[in-house]
Design a binder for this molecule. Structure first.
Ligand code: BG6
Length: 463
């Protein structure tokens, strides 16, 4: 069933937070664009009536939706929506799902529920016949470390083949992230310099101006490294560094990602700094005296022909000065021999801004007007205004329904990423405090300082 489209969408966790904030909005936007015309079955144990679930969905779209409510699209979605209120531990719930599926032969089940329930829900889907010919979508985090990721996967595989498991890492669905891959391989000028001979270092920074946003309980069990670095930033890094995939075969992209992850050295504790913003311990849901990190910086090394010896730095954190995710690929300096002045030209660099808007900048040196042979930096800049672009969720739901798995995390990639991070999880590295609204200067200690310093993005106009 590789390319057979799913003919029903079953949403487990239909009254949960993710459905409220994101999933219904995405589904209704897909209907608006004409990208979704299959029945949607919501399942949850909430005690709500179908009418109440509909009202909650509408309220979620109004409050959190990317572009507000499109009334016609919402009504169309709701005309195909049914709701089943039932306990996940009760076989009758799954009998009801089977009944609601009617003639559908290839449903897609979205498990927007805690991972601890994946195993029992997968088993019940299997036992009720709902898993036959079906696909399943799950959300990150895919496990807590390598061992738990393997166990979680075994739970899913009890009912679904790997090719029918769609693990969402929404960074893979981002236009800006795909743009990295496209820009690299669609432009002939980049390939000759995209290697250790010309690249001096790579930095990726993901700064968020906000804190844990009421998700203290989740965050305190997760932390910055597991929340965004082991998955989102590693996906960005793979697109930056992997070998060219054969796009005609979706598995080849994932093969190249995994090949790259295999060449990333397991991180050692001395290459990591962890930080926690002052005030974190007062957040709801955070354990007293918690040592969970809300920011981290680290250096990675890659043992392959292209990148050997090129230091890679990742940095992420909550409560930083503004929200911005950016990549900076710095090139070696041109030799200063033709310049009479003492100062050699600055490093060239390629800058990919992934959010809040998409930018690609090529940083060059040009001569300053006048008699002296001195220069100044200039950036050639391309900006994407993103008018009504598909959100990552829309793109990924659409791909999963079509059975296109290229932009989903495959199990071997997930396990490799855990292998890279496993030794630095938990309290393997001490945590330092940093002030809200700072770059976490205290967390980027002198023993982990890139030559030339940490890259500080320019503040976006919108921030
Ligand atoms: C989520 C994390 O996966 O990604 C959040 O759980 C984080 O903590 C978010 O804020 C960032 O996503 P985006 O698309 O806003 O950069």
């Amino acid at each position: 069933m590789d390319r057979i489209s799913s003919d029903a969408f079953v949403l487990f966790g239909a009254t949960g937070d993710l459905a409220h904030k994101k999933i219904f909005d995405t589904l209704h936007t897909m209907v608006r664009r004409g990208h979704l015309d299959i029945p949607v079955i919501g399942v949850a144990k909430s005690g709500m009536t179908t009418e109440q679930v509909r009202a909650r969905a509408l309220e979620g779209i109004q409050k959190f939706g990317a572009n507000g409510v499109d009334q016609a699209a919402f009504e169309k979605l709701m005309s195909r929506f049914t709701y089943i209120d039932g306990d996940y531990a009760d076989p009758a719930t799954f009998t009801a799902v089977k009944r609601a599926l009617g003639a559908a032969e290839h449903p897609i089940h979205y498990l927007a529920i805690p991972p601890s329930l994946f195993g029992s829900v997968a088993t019940s889907l299997q036992a009720s016949g709902c898993a036959t010919g079906a696909r399943v979508i799950v959300e990150k985090p895919f496990g807590h470390d390598r061992d738990s990721a393997i166990a979680l996967n075994a739970d899913l595989h009890a009912a679904f083949d790997e090719k029918n498991v769609f693990r969402i890492d929404h960074y893979l669905g981002k236009e800006a992230v795909q743009n990295i891959l496209y820009f690299r391989f669609a432009n002939a000028f980049l390939e000759p310099i995209w290697n250790r001979t010309h690249v001096k270092s790579i930095q990726i920074v993901m700064a968020e101006q906000f804190g844990v946003q009421g998700r203290g309980r989740f965050y305190d069990a997760t932390g910055c490294i597991r929340d965004v670095m082991q998955n989102h930033l590693m996906q960005v890094l793979a697109f930056l560094c992997m070998e060219p995939p054969d796009w005609r075969d979706m598995e080849r992209t994932r093969d190249e990602q995994v090949k790259f992850f295999r060449s990333v050295r397991t991180i050692e504790t001395q290459n990591v700094v962890r930080g926690q913003f002052n005030g974190y311990l007062q957040e709801d849901g955070v354990a007293p005296g918690s040592t969970m990190e809300t920011g981290a910086a680290m250096q990675l090394a890659v043992d392959n022909w292209r990148w050997s010896g090129v230091p890679i730095y990742l940095r992420a954190g909550k409560n930083m000065p503004f929200t911005c995710t950016e990549v900076r690929v710095e090139l070696h300096r041109a030799p200063g021999v033709v310049f009479f002045e003492a100062q050699p030209p600055a490093h060239n660099a390629i800058r990919f801004r992934l959010s809040p808007r998409i930018e690609i900048g090529i940083q060059a040196e040009v001569k300053t007007e006048g008699e002296r042979m001195i220069g100044e930096p200039l950036e050639l800049l391309a900006i994407d205004q993103q008018n009504d672009e598909m959100t990552p969720y829309e793109r990924l739901f659409g791909d999963a329904i079509k059975g296109d798995s290229a932009l989903f995390a495959r199990q071997d990639a997930v396990e490799e990423c855990w292998r890279i991070f496993d030794p630095i999880l938990g309290n393997a590295v001490p945590v330092h405090q940093y002030d809200i609204g700072t770059w976490g200067a205290a967390i980027t200690r002198e023993w982990l300082l890139p030559e030339g310093g940490w890259h500080i993005p320019t503040k976006p106009a919108s921030a």
